[in-house]
Design a protein around this ligand. Structure first.
Ligand code: C5P
Length: 253
């Protein structure tokens, strides 16, 4: 798919991370947050336990759009962060493409040929390329052998991904302005590491508020625990969606 991500009319560009321990919990969470979310993100914890049956269960209940582009329910984001040799990642992409996700993540650190193979294997999927995990601060990044501040690594990996054909990148809200000025306006930027004011960062390191993220130019804001650990998930999701909408209005989005 091409073009910058736009949420369905009437929904804020919020992706809620359903990092739930089991399917029953995920269904409950999806029902509560669905009205406020443009996208539901399923990652390693839920997908490794429940697999494709989870996607079918959400769709059967009308909690997930049947396919990308349908505005009746949130779209599917499979955050599987593929990182392997090109042939293996291509095979993985072909397998998950049958689930009709809007987004699937791969790691830019897998290299240019791997990103290219992922895109070629799933032409109808937005391959979202993760630059540097939002949990890594400068010291943690240096310990992996990637020298320099996170912003430099994000810049290098974002350029690598776009040169390999990617149009969708994942970075922290703190790098959105830099990535946009480096790569132009038509790249979709997805930002995790988002925390409403006063909410603890937990294991996230490079964070901003939802409003700051969209004001910086993020196209899709990922929020997990600040919503899914709240007492009232529906209300927490609504509050985050409202602050995203306020941020978009402030920058004329
Ligand atoms: O709970 P929290 O809001 O920290 O969740 C963030 C979500 O975004 C998690 O599901 C995590 O796997 C994902 N993510 C991230 N950093 C990235 C890419 C994805 O935190 N760079």
């Amino acid at each position: 798919m091409t073009g910058r991500y736009l949420p369905p009319v009437g929904r804020a560009p919020l992706a809620v991370a359903l990092d739930a321990p089991d399917g029953a919990t995920a269904l409950r969470w999806a029902a509560a947050v669905g009205p406020s979310a443009a996208v539901l993100k399923i990652g390693l914890e839920l997908f490794y336990r429940e697999g494709p049956a989870m996607i079918a269960a959400l769709r059967e209940r009308g909690l997930l759009a049947a396919a990308p582009g349908s505005a009746s329910a949130p779209e599917l984001f499979l955050d599987l962060k593929l990182h392997d040799i090109p042939a293996t990642v291509a095979g993985g992409m072909r397998s998950v493409a049958t689930l009709l996700p809007r987004f699937v993540t791969v790691h830019a650190a897998g290299g240019s040929a791997m990103v290219r193979a992922a895109i070629a294997a799933a032409p109808d999927v937005d391959v979202a390329v993760v630059t540097v995990l939002t949990s890594l601060d400068a010291a943690a990044l240096a310990a992996t052998g990637l020298a320099g501040p996170p912003e430099d690594a994000v810049r290098r990996l974002a350029v690598l991904a776009v040169e390999a054909g990617a149009r969708t990148l994942v970075c922290s809200p703190q790098e959105v302005r830099m990535v946009r000025s480096e790569l132009g306006g038509d790249v979709t930027l997805i930002t995790p590491g988002v925390r409403p004011p006063g909410v603890e960062a937990a294991d996230q390191a490079r964070t901003s508020t939802p409003r700051e993220a969209v004001e910086a130019g993020a196209d899709l804001v990922v929020v997990g625990r600040p919503i899914t650990r709240a007492t009232d998930l529906g209300e927490a999701a609504r509050a985050v969606a409202d602050s995203i909408s306020a941020g978009r209005a402030a920058v004329g989005g």
